[in-house]
Design a binder for this molecule. Structure first.
Ligand code: AMP
Length: 435
């Protein structure tokens, strides 16, 4: 017999299965609630955009754009009236799309600062490893408007910390830096490039290449043999202009005002070209080398760069959901939830009818209920309920029907009670609340 082809998920992509997907939903729901409390509304963005949008915004020399994007030619289907083929890319990040949408919908005319959040997959052809995938997920938020006040930056960070607290991710560290603006950064980049040129032969191939293309990225290097050299490079703090220095000091003061602990990290430059002034990153335990769960910062020139109105500032962040989930699991915070509230075991066609009616009522009240489609012996039904991780089993057999009472068994304790139908829902809900 011919061997059938077996299909597998593409390298760097994966399926997120139950019960883990319940944890994902819990994390995303927490983000929705916390962000809404800070006045953010959801934006749902396309998954692909013109390649040019990312080249313009993220920067043509970044790793993301130069080697990690999934791009393709969108050729029109023969004689349609569509314009000539365009090069499109799966989005590697969403800030560019948010700004594109902001401009396209004239959101600068909306009152106050526009606060948006998004949740969804991003795509980068990186080398897959623990915590690094080619399709990964981000929860992000952006504030766009005329405000460049450091209090805005601090409120964004405060919201992030509130989110991490809500999901129970303990042991996070907030790292902050300022990478200056278009006035002061060029001088720093030149000084850095000159210093790097002097130590070029002590650096690896990647860093050597970056001296010309994107010297700030050398500071991101995690290679142990490069650390001593990098430690002696010029620091941005010595090059900040007066306005950037003032902004950074005020940002720190605003964090302190909010009781938020932070660490200054002069090497935090971020790989994306459009950042100005504030940059931040949050690291979490249990993740090994890929321990950044969130990156963000200010991008005051991006909207104008993409053809939008001048003077629109931006600040935002992206949380790596995959890594947040991993960290919750590795630090024992991913409580295993009961997959099922109730398993209804029945015997006989009269009992099946009652089971179906009962299940509908309980499901309507928000409980998750399993009714086996075929009759099974109670012993086997209990065994299956156990393996399905059900909280309670309701037994309905001829005896129960005759007595007008159901037998309800709590699987964890083995405790068993007999209840009339009128008391059943309250009993099961109480058991659920107790966990
Ligand atoms: P970035 O968009 O590069 O600033 O990344 C923001 C966050 O997204 C990082 O801190 C990571 O948590 C997450 N992230 C970025 N790239 C990946 C990836 N390839 N796989 C998983 N998570 C990622």
């Amino acid at each position: 017999m011919a061997q059938r082809k077996q299909f597998r998920a593409i390298k760097g992509t994966r399926d997120i299965l139950p019960p883990e997907s319940a944890l994902w939903n819990r994390v995303e729901q927490a983000a929705r609630e916390v962000f809404a409390a800070y006045g953010y509304g959801e934006i749902r963005l396309p998954v692909f955009e013109q390649t040019e949008l990312f080249a313009h915004s993220v920067g043509a020399t970044t790793d993301i754009v130069s080697k990690e994007m999934y791009s393709f030619l969108d050729s029109p289907v023969s004689s349609t009236s569509e314009p000539a083929a365009a090069t499109l890319s799966l989005r590697p990040e969403a800030t560019a799309s948010v700004c594109r949408a902001y401009i396209e919908h004239g959101m600068h005319t909306w009152p106050g600062n526009v606060k948006l959040y998004y949740i969804g997959p991003m795509f980068r052809r990186e080398r897959p490893q623990k915590g690094r995938y080619r399709q990964f997920y981000q929860i992000g938020a952006e504030v766009l408007g005329t405000a460049d006040d450091p209090a805005m930056d601090a409120e964004v960070v405060e919201m992030l910390m509130a989110f991490f607290e809500r999901i129970g991710l303990a042991g996070c560290t907030l790292h902050i830096n300022s990478i200056g603006c278009s006035n002061c950064r060029p001088a720093y980049v030149e000084a850095l490039r000159a210093a790097l040129a002097k130590v070029k032969d002590k650096l690896g191939a990647d860093s050597q290449r970056r001296i010309a293309t994107n010297p700030l990225r050398v500071l991101d290097s995690k290679l142990p043999e490069e650390q001593a050299v990098i430690g002696k490079l010029p620091r941005i703090a010595d090059y900040l202009c007066a306005a950037c220095r003032k902004h950074f000091a005020a940002f720190q003061k605003q964090l302190e005002l909010r009781g938020i602990a932070y660490e200054e990290n002069w090497r935090l430059v971020r790989g994306l070209d459009y950042y100005t002034r504030t940059t931040f990153e949050i690291t979490a335990p249990g993740l090994g080398a890929q321990d950044a769960v969130c990156g963000g910062g200010r991008y005051d020139g991006l909207v104008e760069l993409l053809g939008g109105p001048p003077n629109i500032k931006g600040i935002g962040f992206a949380i790596g959901t995959d890594r947040v989930i991993l960290s919750l699991q590795e630090t024992g915070r991913a409580e295993t939830e009961f997959a099922l509230d109730v398993f209804i075991a029945w015997a006989g066609s009269a009992a099946q009818q009652v089971a179906i009616r009962l299940a509908r009522g309980l499901r309507g009240a928000g409980l998750s209920v399993e009714v086996p489609p075929a009759e099974t012996k109670f012993r086997r039904a209990l065994d299956l309920a156990n393996r399905l991780n059900a909280r309670q089993v309701v037994l309905i057999g001829p005896e129960e029907l005759a007595a007008g009472q159901f037998t309800v068994k709590q699987l964890a304790s083995g405790e068993q009670v007999k209840l009339v139908e009128a008391d059943l829902l309250a009993h099961l809900q109480k058991a659920r609340r107790r966990g």
